[in-house]
Design a protein. Structure first.
Length: 317
C-alpha cells in the first residue's frame, strides 16, 4: 500500500519526503499458512547495499496508522524499510484482529527472511517497533544474533505491570472477559472488547486521553474496527519482555515520553540500564504523539542513533 492520502488526523501537518526520493515495492510472505502483506520502502539513487529496517504496528493497529511516515523518513535517509501488517490485521490474511504476541513475532521472523531475499539490500538488520511491537523486537533481539540494531519507541516492557497499575477492578474484569472468550470462541461464542476505550471500559488500552490520540492515527479509509477478541487481554497481560533484556547484545534505542500514561518513563530508563549496549532517550511526548505532534523530535533521535549504530548509509541525494 503506497498511497499517502487520505492521511490520518494526527499527521496532517507532517513534512513528508517528496515521492521521488524513495521507491516502494509490494511484498508478501507466509506465516503459518497465512499471507502477510506489506510495503518495502527503498532509498533513491543507486545504493544496492542499504541496511534494512523491519517494522510493524503497535497494539491492535494496522500499518497505515502513521507508520508509513516513519518508513519514508528511513528511506529518505538511505535505509530500506519493510513495513508489514500482522495476520488478522490490515491487508494480511484474516480479520479477527486478535492480538497474539507469539504469532506476531513469527511474522517479524518471516519478514526478516523475506527481506533477506531482496537482492538490493545489505546485510545490516534493524528491528523497529513501537509500543507492543517494541516488545516484539526486544524479545526477538534477545533470541537472535543476526540483529545489528534495535529501535523501541514507547516500549511495552511488562504487560503485567501495566495491567496492575489499572487496579484490581480492571484485573478482574479483563481476566473474566479473556476467559469467557477463550472458552467461548471454540464453540462460536467468542466475545470482543475494545482495543482502546475510556478509563471505565474493559479495553486493551484504557488510560486517560489515550482513546482520542489512538483514533487520530487511524487512516480514515481503513476498515479497522475498534475491537479485539477478549483473549487478547490475557496474552498482552502475560507478555513480559522486560525479563529478557539482559540477553540483548545489539545496540538498542529505547525512546520514552515523559507524558506517556501507558508506559512509565522511569521504567524505560531502568530497562536501559540492563541493556548491554543501550541508549535511552526521554522526550516530552505521550504514547502516540511520537507518530504525530512530536514526530520530528522522535524521528531525529532514531536517525541519529542508527547513524552511530550502523555503518553510515551511502548518500542518496
Amino acid at each position: 500500500m503506497t498511497r499517502r492520502h487520505p492521511i490520518n488526523r494526527a499527521q496532517r501537518r507532517l513534512d513528508r519526503p517528496a515521492r521521488e526520493r524513495f521507491a516502494t515495492r509490494a511484498v508478501a510472505f507466509d506465516v503459518d499458512g497465512a499471507t502477510c502483506r506489506g510495503t518495502l520502502y527503498l532509498p533513491g539513487g543507486d545504493d544496492d547495499d542499504a541496511p534494512v529496517v523491519v517494522m510493524a504496528p503497535g497494539l491492535g493497529a494496522e500499518r497505515t496508522f502513521g507508520y508509513p511516515a516513519v518508513a519514508e523518513r528511513f528511506a529518505d535517509a538511505g535505509y530500506a524499510a519493510l513495513l508489514f501488517d500482522y495476520p488478522e490485521f490490515g491487508d494480511s490474511d484474516g480479520d479477527s484482529q486478535a492480538v497474539h504476541p507469539a504469532r506476531q513475532r513469527a511474522a517479524y521472523a518471516a519478514a526478516i527472511e523475506r527481506a533477506e531475499r531482496v537482492d538490493v539490500l545489505g546485510d545490516d538488520l534493524v528491528l523497529w517497533g513501537a509500543s507492543l511491537s517494541a516488545a516484539h523486537v526486544l524479545t526477538l533481539a534477545a533470541e537472535r544474533r543476526d540483529v545489528d540494531a534495535v529501535v523501541g519507541l514507547v516500549p511495552m516492557l511488562d504487560g503485567r505491570a501495566i495491567a496492575r497499575r489499572r487496579g484490581g477492578r480492571y484485573l478482574a474484569r479483563s481476566g473474566a472477559a479473556g476467559l469467557r472468550d477463550l472458552l467461548g470462541h471454540r464453540v462460536g461464542r467468542g466475545r470482543t472488547v475494545p482495543i482502546v476505550g475510556g478509563t471505565e471500559e474493559c479495553a486493551a488500552i484504557t488510560e486517560p486521553g489515550t482513546k482520542r490520540r489512538y483514533l487520530d492515527l487511524v487512516d480514515r479509509e481503513s476498515a479497522w474496527r475498534n475491537e479485539t477478541p477478549g483473549r487478547s487481554l490475557l496474552r498482552v497481560a502475560n507478555y513480559r519482555p522486560v525479563k529478557l533484556l539482559d540477553e540483548i547484545r545489539a545496540p538498542t534505542l529505547l525512546l520514552s515520553g515523559t507524558d506517556d500514561a501507558i508506559v512509565d518513563a522511569d521504567a524505560v530508563a531502568a530497562a536501559g540500564e540492563r541493556l548491554d549496549r543501550g541508549t535511552v532517550v526521554s522526550m516530552p511526548a505521550d504514547h502516540f504523539s511520537v507518530l504525530g505532534g512530536d514526530f520530528e523530535g522522535a524521528i531525529g533521535h532514531q536517525l541519529s542513533f542508527l547513524k552511530d549504530a550502523l555503518e553510515p548509509p551511502a548518500a542518496t541525494r
